[in-house]
Design a protein around this ligand. Structure first.
Ligand SMILES: [Zn+2]
Length: 486
């Protein structure tokens, strides 16, 4: 019976590389196709529209590294798929269930992928191209659905390998017709797909598995479709969709990439770093130039960096600038403001340069893991220059001091932004360095009142504020945020 089904699938596909593969791999896939509604039905399918609601997680941006309470509630979720062309467009409205830096109002999002090109549509309908890495992740996500995953394994040009049975599941590795690699698992009893797993690179977490699980299968016009679709990045849930309605081969509209995005220059890797230097006091430099800033502080016999943000490119450029400013003095340590991925994404680079990390104690265990995780898909600076991580825990406060310079580190207690926040105060210069809790020029300042409380709690005489985002401000500028909000 099984051989017959495999033969049917092959004859339907005429010439298929998958058909030339040994039988067991193909048998697993054709059994899955049969369970879903038949190989021919899958091959003939042109479009899928899935509508529902659910949640998006807040990967790398929750209150602590282990917390998972923050999410965006999704309404009006619509996923439109052109099965043949490898096109997906997602439209959704999301509302944060937490104190979000952009404010509490619902945000409409439209984004998609068309083969190798990914794009986002702005509120005014203007399309912008996303990086090739993000586009690749979205093309992987195209296959994170039973129909596209099984169909992609059946198509000519797909290769199948490593058939196995594990924990009541029949499993096979696939490289799809579009050269996307994933692992496909089926319930051994029903042969319905239970999950699709693919691997990607994350600056902070390194090699990570993206796993989508499928549940609550029901009949939809002759096909079995899951009504619960849940995706995890590593161990963090990033998407959980409860399907309300889905249909095939209906009107999906134009899913081709908008011209503006198609003709835009491809974005390969992070943008080149631009590091500007402003000496704000003797031995204190504001290193800005792009979205995430750092501050360099000079002690008698060493330099201290506040913040190694984003990724290798940014962090290594900032470290190089510090060495350029004071070539005879070693840069030995970095103060990390909090665990959020955009603020800790350069810590691996900092360790590769031998820097000791000061961070709040709740981050230590997480960073020990982050600093030793494998980065084989995209080898980073620490992979190439392996160093033993040196971590220094900060509880409620800690002082770094010698005869020439003092930095006071304080926990920003009770902030709705994160539980892991440190601010740095330079008492002689009356300078405060903080991240995310007051970003001058930001339209909303939901964390500023708490920052003021913390400044008062420690009786800090703040003159100027050096923010990790935005331009240098005064204490009066910080106080004005309260006048506006009241
Ligand atoms: Zn943050």
């Amino acid at each position: 019976m099984r051989r017959t089904l495999a033969a049917l699938a092959c004859s339907a596909l005429a010439v298929s590389i998958a058909c030339s593969k040994p039988g067991r791999e193909l048998q697993i896939v054709t059994d899955a196709a049969t369970a879903l509604g038949g190989s021919q039905h899958l091959i003939d399918l042109k479009t899928i529209v899935i509508e529902g609601e659910g949640t998006n997680g807040n990967l790398g941006q929750d209150m602590t590294p282990e917390a998972t309470g923050e999410a965006f509630e999704l309404f009006g979720y619509k996923r439109s798929v052109d099965v043949n062309a490898g096109r997906v467009r997602i439209e959704q409205t999301r509302t944060p269930n937490f104190v979000y830096f952009q404010g509490p109002q619902p945000q409409q999002q439209i984004f998609g992928v068309d083969g190798e090109i990914g794009y986002t549509l702005g509120a005014d309908g203007t399309a912008s191209r996303v990086s090739d890495a993000v586009a690749k992740d979205r093309l992987r996500d195209f296959y994170h659905h039973p129909i596209t995953a099984v169909r992609g394994a059946l198509m000519p040009g797909a290769t199948l390998s490593n058939p196995r049975t594990s924990s009541g599941q029949r499993v096979v590795d696939v490289v799809s017709d579009r050269k996307i690699a994933y692992t496909l698992a089926m319930d051994a009893r029903t042969n319905l797909p239970t999950r699709v797993v693919s691997m990607t690179d994350n600056s902070n977490l390194g090699d990570v598995a993206i796993e989508t699980t499928f549940a609550d299968y029901r009949d939809v016009n002759g096909l079995k479709m899951p009504f619960r679709i849940t995706t995890k990045t590593d161990k963090y849930t990033t998407s959980d969709i409860r399907v309300k309605k889905q249909f095939f081969d209906g009107i999906v509209g134009d899913l081709t990439v908008p011209v503006r995005a198609r003709t835009a220059t491809p974005i390969i890797g992070p943008p080149p770093a631009v590091v500007t230097v402003e000496e704000v006091a003797k031995g204190v430099w504001f290193l800005a130039g792009q979205s995430h800033h750092s501050v360099l502080v000079e002690f008698a016999d060493h330099l201290t960096l506040i913040e190694a943000p984003q990724n290798d490119v940014r962090a290594l450029a900032v470290i190089a600038k510090a060495k350029e400013l004071r070539p005879d003095k070693p840069l030995t340590e970095v103060i990390n403001t909090h665990h959020h991925f955009d603020h800790s994404g350069g810590l691996r680079a900092a360790v590769s340069q031998g820097l000791t990390i000061y961070t709040r104690r709740p981050n230590i265990a997480f960073y020990q893991t982050v600093l030793t995780r494998p980065h084989t898909l995209v080898p980073d600076a620490l992979t190439k220059h392996r160093q033993q991580p040196k971590l220094e825990a900060v509880d409620e406060e800690r002082t770094l001091q010698d005869d020439t310079m003092t930095i006071m580190l304080y926990h920003v207690a009770g902030s709705a932004h994160a539980d892991t926040l440190l601010m740095a105060y330079l008492p002689k210069e009356k300078i405060l360095v903080e991240a995310d809790v007051f970003s001058p020029q930001a339209p909303v300042q939901p964390y500023a009142a708490n920052l003021i409380e913390n400044i008062k709690e420690h009786s800090l005489a703040v003159d100027r504020i050096l923010p990790i985002h935005g331009t240098i401000a005064t204490y009066a500028d910080l106080m004005k945020t309260q006048a506006v909000q009241k």
